[in-house]
Design a protein around this ligand. Structure first.
Ligand SMILES: Cc1cc2nc3c(=O)[nH]c(=O)nc-3n(C[C@H](O)[C@H](O)[C@H](O)COP(=O)(O)OP(=O)(O)OC[C@H]3O[C@@H](n4cnc5c(N)ncnc54)[C@H](O)[C@@H]3O)c2cc1C
Length: 404
């Protein structure tokens, strides 16, 4: 049984801005036994296409989805879990948490010091530039969401200032191929969580500065500054109506350029040793990120120059309904590759859950297979010990609800 609080593909229907396209190419849109088969494998899906793709998968695999059923509590009982919903209660032996990694915008505490004259918006509320008040916009965060929205808002005629912290720079195309082709075929995206030196660090990495456009263009900080976007450092604090930025912009740029070049070296090395592809062009390197001539360390939020702040500072999962003690003090679920620290409880869809690609649509393929293998073994092993459990139906004994 799959319990969904809204409709299939709910997050894509209600939690994304209008112009968003996937940053993963169509050929990479794959779910178990299901893939993109349209005429443009190298293109990037619009929101409507993503909704169509996921809804098509739900129909094709006959997923037993109960829509408009919000899970309000999951708590352990002797025979497994008691699941309370707005549409009845269930008991089951196993639960897969597939409720997403991005249920809430993650906004830093400094937001509380923003003067009331400034409108604060998160990517969940933002739909298009028209949804912002007239005037200048401070976009905080320069990962995928921040650079995409800074680009769109600046092009709409509003003046954008972009606050840049740690970021991951990637070109859209490398040696004539989509950079995600390189990530996938070179094996980088398939690196397993238990083979990484520092999995916590990998799980906390910002999303790459990428956008999916028909022109397959890169969207880096050089592109944005050429458009007129003002680049400032990380937002450190807001005091007496002034936003104060860190002065380490040049270092942030150098670090991101260095890491990008290291990754491109990895691709080059792989290309030399593993693959002879006639379509792959010669090695490339890109212009280093240009630092602004003078660094802006503070910006008044009282002069009217900035009228809104867009918090592109990431997303976080919401486990407020999970009455199982498996969430640490930072709000992260304790799990080992999707096997949660409570018998019969599993999770899918979190960053680097089992592989670097885990939190992308195509990441579900391998992760789900391995997590479900564990779940099936768990059911088989525990079934023998659990005789006479009269409250658990045969259906839920074998399937267990997944929240998705
Ligand atoms: C802005 C943005 C852009 C992205 N771009 C890409 C991209 O280009 N390519 C890519 O591969 N991935 C992209 N992703 C990641 C992509 O969203 C995830 O890979 C994918 O959504 C994971 O699917 P999921 O089912 O795990 O989570 P979700 O899509 O978040 O689905 C979780 C579902 O659980 C439901 N739910 C949550 N809580 C409850 C509850 N208590 N009761 C009942 N139901 C509940 C929600 O309504 C939702 O439908 C992007 C993510 C974001 C936020």
């Amino acid at each position: 049984m799959v319990l969904e609080r809204g409709e299939v593909a709910n997050s894509w229907r209600h939690e994304r801005w209008e112009s968003l396209r996937l940053l993963t190419p169509n050929w990479q849109s794959r779910l178990p036994g299901y893939q993109y088969e349209g005429p443009d494998p190298d293109g990037y899906m619009t929101i409507a296409e993503v909704i169509g793709f996921i809804s098509g998968f739900a129909i094709t695999c006959g997923a037993p989805v109960r829509t408009h059923t919000t899970v309000t509590s999951v708590r352990p009982i002797d025979a497994g879990y008691h699941v309370a919903t707005t549409n009845g209660d269930f008991q089951c032996r196993t639960v897969v948490l597939a409720s997403g990694a991005c249920n809430r915008p993650s906004v830093p505490a400094v937001r509380d010091a923003v003067p009331s004259s400034i409108s604060c918006v998160t990517p969940f509320e933002y739909r298009s530039p028209d949804s912002l008040p007239e005037g200048g916009v401070l976009v905080v965060g320069a990962s995928a969401t921040g650079v995409q929205l800074a680009d769109e808002i600046q092009r709409s005629g509003r003046k954008v200032t972009l606050s840049v912290g740690e970021h991951v720079r990637l070109p859209r195309m490398y040696r004539g191929k989509d950079v995600l082709w390189w990530m996938e075929t070179s094996g980088v995206w398939n690196q397993r969580y238990d083979e990484l030196d520092d999995v916590s660090r990998a799980r906390g990495l910002p999303s790459p500065q990428l956008v999916g456009t028909p022109e397959r263009t890169s969207l880096d900080l050089n592109t944005l500054s050429a458009l007129g976007v003002g680049l400032v450092g990380r937002l450190a604090s807001i005091r007496d109506g002034e936003a104060l930025f860190s002065g380490g912009l040049r270092n942030q740029f150098a670090l991101a350029d260095l890491k990008m070049n290291r990754l491109l070296d990895t691709f080059d090395e792989w290309g030399r040793t593993e693959r002879r592809d006639p379509d792959v062009g010669p090695s490339e390197r890109f212009e280093p990120t240009r630092a602004p001539q003078s660094s802006t360390l503070k910006l008044s939020l009282r002069t009217g120059e900035i009228r809104s702040i867009l918090w592109a500072t990431g997303f976080r999962p919401d486990y407020s309904w999970l009455d199982v003690p498996v969430v640490d003090h930072k709000g992260a679920l304790r799990h080992d590759g999707g096997v949660v620290d409570a018998p019969g409880l599993y999770v899918l869809g979190l960053p680097v859950l089992r592989r670097r690609k885990s939190s992308f649509i195509c990441g579900a393929e391998d992760d789900a297979r391995e997590v479900i293998e564990h779940l099936a073994a768990y059911l088989a092993n525990t079934k023998a010990h659990q005789t006479g459990v009269s409250t658990v139906s045969r259906r839920s004994l074998s399937q267990g609800p997944a929240l998705s």
